[in-house]
Write a protein that binds this ligand. Structure first.
Ligand code: AMP
Ligand code: MG
Length: 484
């Protein structure tokens, strides 16, 4: 999609509204509900600058709470559906409002969305609001993911509302400004399919291709081109999550963005001790969204996406199903390839050998058996700081021999490892400590310090040492709650 020639206002706002040019059922126009006492908690200066926005916006809590609107904003809530824990539901932005698409000085297009701005026609029984802790949590984790080089929505600002929201307890309210390549989800297509109007599906397919996969927009079979492109991006994305120990926590189809960005940071967290069964979300009692399940679930979600596209894939229904199955099946080998490539870098390997998968499994099995910290193990392997363990010795010999069989030197291999294995991830105990200080004592210093460290995850300067440590033993019964 080409950027229109729009002029920006004095604060740098330069909005287009391509989503609002989709057929009317895709959205509802709705204004944010003003809040009592908006106060800027955190503003992302570097991101603002990337978007072409003026630094003076750091003082404009009115604009990031929805009390006032930027020039040319046309607020709307998007319609979508979703499989939540495998159950299909019609949803929509119940507590989010899109202000518009900011066209950056480089001509890129980003959704600017308020999360927690009050009721919309899709709020159902919810209050349309968000609490400060979870919005700061999304800010921290999304910015950490960005610094790790993983595709993600980003966070421009968090404003406290001066109002109370009621979850299990009264909490301070907040509005997050989320920046995304788009908010088109698997669930957006499921919504269009559920309406049973093939013209809606077609419009959304063309729109999504044009917005995210322009190079495929003239494909003979646009729906298939889109399906294949989305499969590829998800295979790459999920592999990247696995490489850093990220657990999304609520991979419902409404939380899978077709752009290939990580979206909807709710009960997500990074794993400390390696265990594929790790689950943090308090409501995920059967481990549906456990660390080791994520590739399987992504493929399940892609199958729902393919189902939604069936009416467009082929005029013949059976042929349509065949084509869909084939496209979805491609996920697994693609994921495996991305996973292997990333794991090779994590182990300092530049080339491929057939036994590499076994080599990786050997290390992972040792990590699981000893409850080794996932991040620290790789980092210590990179810096030759892993304490000696006789159980791991045979593996280490195998690995050393393997590194010796490539043309690169050990120093080159170690350098590759140091840029592939983060020293610092957003550790749950550090995130919680920063949120508590911000939420309960209005002390923002720990939050700023944490964000500074997470912005340079591959640095292991001594000043970062505290942040690299896993929680104290017994401190791993961490739970995140979905009442966000
Ligand atoms: P999530 O679990 O955040 O992905 O949200 C799932 C659905 O519930 C989406 O349609 C949200 O818009 C909606 N939702 C979540 N929290 C609220 C809330 N406090 N008020 C209204 N809708 C909500
Ligand atoms: Mg969601």
């Amino acid at each position: 999609m080409t950027a229109p020639s729009l002029t920006s206002d004095s604060l740098g706002w330069r909005f287009d509204h391509s989503y609002a040019r989709l057929p009317a059922p895709f959205f509802r126009q709705v204004a944010p509900t003003p809040v009592r006492e908006p106060r800027m908690v955190i503003f992302n200066g570097p991101l603002a600058s990337h978007l072409g926005l003026d630094a003076a916006l750091a003082d404009r809590a009115d604009l990031f709470s929805g009390n006032a609107l930027p020039t040319n904003a046309e607020p709307l809530a998007q319609a979508y559906a979703g499989h939540q824990y495998a159950h299909f539901t019609m949803l929509g932005d119940g507590r989010a409002i899109l202000l518009g698409e900011q066209i950056t000085p480089q001509g890129l297009r980003f959704d600017v969305q308020l999360k927690g701005p009050g009721l919309t026609p899709f709020s159902r029984r919810g209050d349309g609001r968000a609490a400060l802790g979870p919005m700061l949590r999304e800010y921290i984790i999304s910015e950490a993911m960005h610094a790790l080089g993983i595709p993600t929505t980003r966070s421009l600002a968090v404003v406290a509302t001066g109002e109370t929201v009621y979850r299990q307890e009264p909490l301070p309210g907040a509005v997050l400004t989320r920046i995304a390549a788009s908010h088109i989800r698997v669930g957006t297509f499921e919504w269009a399919a559920a309406r049973g109007e093939v013209e809606l599906l077609r419009a959304l397919t063309d729109y999504t291709l044009g917005r995210h996969f322009a190079e495929r927009a003239s494909a003979d079979n646009p729906a298939l081109a889109l399906l294949e492109a989305v499969v590829e991006r998800q295979a790459s994305l999920i592999a990247q999550w696995m490489h850093v120990g990220f657990i999304h926590g609520v991979m419902n189809t409404d939380n899978m963005a077709l752009s290939g960005e990580t979206i909807d940071y709710g009960p997500c967290a990074f794993m400390d001790a390696y265990d594929p069964e790790t689950v943090f979300s308090s409501i995920d009692q059967h481990g549906r969204y456990a660390y080791g399940q994520q590739a399987h679930i992504a493929q399940w979600n892609l199958a729902r996406f393919a189902e939604a596209l069936l009416p467009l894939l082929d005029a013949d229904e059976e042929r349509s199903i065949e084509v869909a199955n084939e496209a979805v099946r491609a996920f697994q080998p693609q994921f495996q390839e991305h996973w292997l490539a990333g794991m090779r870098s994590k182990l300092g390997l530049f080339n491929a050998e057939p036994e590499d998968t076994d080599l990786m499994q050997g290390l992972l099995e040792w990590m699981r058996a000893t409850s080794a910290d996932y991040t620290l193990t790789f980092r210590r392997l990179s810096t030759e700081a892993l304490p000696a363990d006789p159980e791991l010795q045979p593996w280490q010999q195998q690995w050393t021999a393997r590194r010796g069989r490539q043309p690169q030197t050990l120093a080159e291999s170690a350098a590759l490892m140091r840029r592939s294995n983060p020293a610092v991830i957003p550790r749950n105990h550090q995130v919680e400590a920063a949120l508590q200080a911000a939420s309960e004592r209005a002390d923002l210093a720990p939050l700023h310090r944490l964000l500074e460290v997470l912005a340079r995850p591959f640095d292991d300067s001594p000043a970062h040492l505290d942040y690299a440590q896993p929680p104290a033993p017994g401190g791993c019964s961490y739970r995140t709650f979905c009442g966000t």
